[in-house]
Design a protein around this ligand. Sequence first.
Ligand code: FAD
Length: 445
Amino acid sequence: MSETLQVRPRTAEVPLRRDSARAGNSPPTTGVSGTRRKQIVIVGGGFAGIAAARALKHSDADVILIDRRNHHIFQPLLYQVATAVLAPSDIAAPIRQLEDEQKNVTVILAEVTGVDLASRTVEASCPGVGVRKIPFDYLVIAPGMRPSYFGHDEFARYAPGLKSLSDAETIRAERARQLTFVLVGAGPTGVELAASMAQLAAITLRGQFRRIEPAQSAILLIEGGKRILPTFAESLANKAARRLEKLGIKIMTGVRVEKVDEVGVIADGKRIPSATVLWTAGVAPSPIVKLLGAKTDRAGRVSVGPFMNVPDVSNVFVVGDASSFVRDGRPVPGVAQAAIQQGRYVGRLIARELKGREPKHPFRYFDKGNMGVVGKNFAILESGHLRMSGFVTWLVWVFLHLMSLPQLQNRFRVQTQWFWSYFTGQRSSRLIPEPPSAETHELGR
Ligand SMILES: Cc1cc2nc3c(=O)[nH]c(=O)nc-3n(C[C@H](O)[C@H](O)[C@H](O)COP(=O)(O)OP(=O)(O)OC[C@H]3O[C@@H](n4cnc5c(N)ncnc54)[C@H](O)[C@@H]3O)c2cc1C
């Protein structure tokens, strides 16, 4: 049987709160009653969850941030881990350091497996401790997304996605096995990964094998839609396509992958043998959002109200990739800047409510623009009517990504790695980890 988790002495006796259901899309004001400290539970320590926790820094409340990983991953640079430019630790930072920076935060390493809106508790499975129930006054759901195989979960065995450090490391290990790479999906992730792999083969590995010629490797980018990079303007996507072709990547648009297995893929009825098939086609929200029983969009994301609130449920919010927020008929994209803005917005909204104030205004997304990088020296940028591409845009991309990394030490390490790899063409992260020895297994038992 599960029991209530006592996260901190001062929150241990928090009574459960049962607010009356909030009507549809009305502001999520519930008023503040009593003097006890409120408990805000945030599920997910990604961009959105951390932004929400930070926005609650000065609140008179306890914030409990739960994540099944102990680290926050800077996903926009995961593909560089997959292609050995960076090491996993360069783009990850422990979520727990938030406890150091912010006294009202408690970070818990656990997987949230249940949400009980009636008793206002979440169920969390903590490694080595078991299942615990954690009460909340406010709940912020920010679990991000996972790969979606469009109903073909059996593809996952053969075509890993790119969502975690171990996905990135699996890809790195697979790369050495075979020289034909198939990437399914030509959105920003597929394009960035394909270009980085092409450069790895043509520059970094050149001359480092006696029996194979890495530059001869085939990289196929398969896209079911009419063109690559559908979220970018067509003119920019065409420039990116030309750049990819220059790097030797074969782009196959309007082609649907029907099967993925140990031999490779079957696309539009044709077999393409490949040992390394990478899934960059689509993502679906974490399964925990289903537990809310809320209305979802076609992709399974929770259709939130104007305050990022779950309609008809008081004090429960979904932010980041797991939410579907539509304004003027246009959905807010599933990107880091949207996740950060939504997390910060909800954190501030709760902080205001705790002071007895109304929310200032519904969530408004400020689109700072969209960027994508296509190998060395070339990036594309779209912001409002502005369209840019080429070397200067790439410099902007480098600067923005360096500045967005989670800690100073990550910025310093990544900057050094990039500098080194830019001028030498070498990637310092090309180590293949040894499997644990029998002795280590014994000790671990
Ligand atoms: C390869 C790749 C490249 C990208 N490139 C860009 C880019 O260049 N620019 C850009 O703006 N965006 C990019 N994105 C998108 C961006 O990373 C996401 O929009 C952003 O991470 C969403 O933030 P989030 O907080 O909603 O989710 P995430 O950052 O995914 O965080 C979710 C967190 O929730 C945790 N979690 C999930 N389920 C549970 C559970 N049941 N219990 C406990 N914890 C749980 C996870 O461990 C994770 O830490 C990229 C994404 C990928 C995968």
